[in-house]
Design a protein around this ligand. Structure first.
Ligand SMILES: [Zn+2]
Ligand SMILES: [Zn+2]
Length: 135
């Protein structure tokens, strides 16, 4: 198990998570991730809520769908994590990790919404629409 830390650009909100090999790490090409981040794709890792906690500050939530809330820093706007109403998992943005090399995505989701100029990895499994782990 690896204990990893992360936070937003300005440092007002920080978190820690415990990562286990086998936790799903994916790159999402969906429109919502694009709009929420301003980037053409957004990499995530999914962990159980018991293995994630905010360690400093307080993120602001935005209900981006009927079941999911995206959490970001209220000061700098950095996208940090995502939760679901049922508490199944917490999706944490890999780009907000202090050591983003620590986790390598192994799957891709929502490739049907991929922007054509955004490269994707043809060697990794890809889901046309919602992957099974999606919130
Ligand atoms: Zn911030
Ligand atoms: Zn997405």
């Amino acid at each position: 198990m690896a204990r990893l830390t992360g936070g937003c650009l300005c440092g007002a909100v920080t978190y820690s998570l415990e990562y286990l090999p086998g936790d799903v790490a994916d790159i999402c090409f969906c429109r919502e991730c694009r709009k929420a981040s301003g980037a053409a794709s957004l990499p995530w890792v999914q962990v159980p809520p018991s293995r994630f906690r905010v360690t400093k500050g307080r993120a602001r939530g935005y209900a981006s769908s009927a079941h999911a809330t995206r959490w970001f820093c209220p000061d700098c706007g950095g996208p940090l994590y995502m939760t679901d109403d049922e508490g199944r998992s917490v999706g944490v943005t890999l780009g907000s990790l202090d050591a983003p090399e620590a986790i390598r995505p192994t799957v891709q989701g929502w490739v049907c919404e991929r922007v054509s100029w955004q490269a994707w990895d043809e060697t990794l499994p890809a889901y046309e629409k919602a992957p099974p782990y999606d919130l």
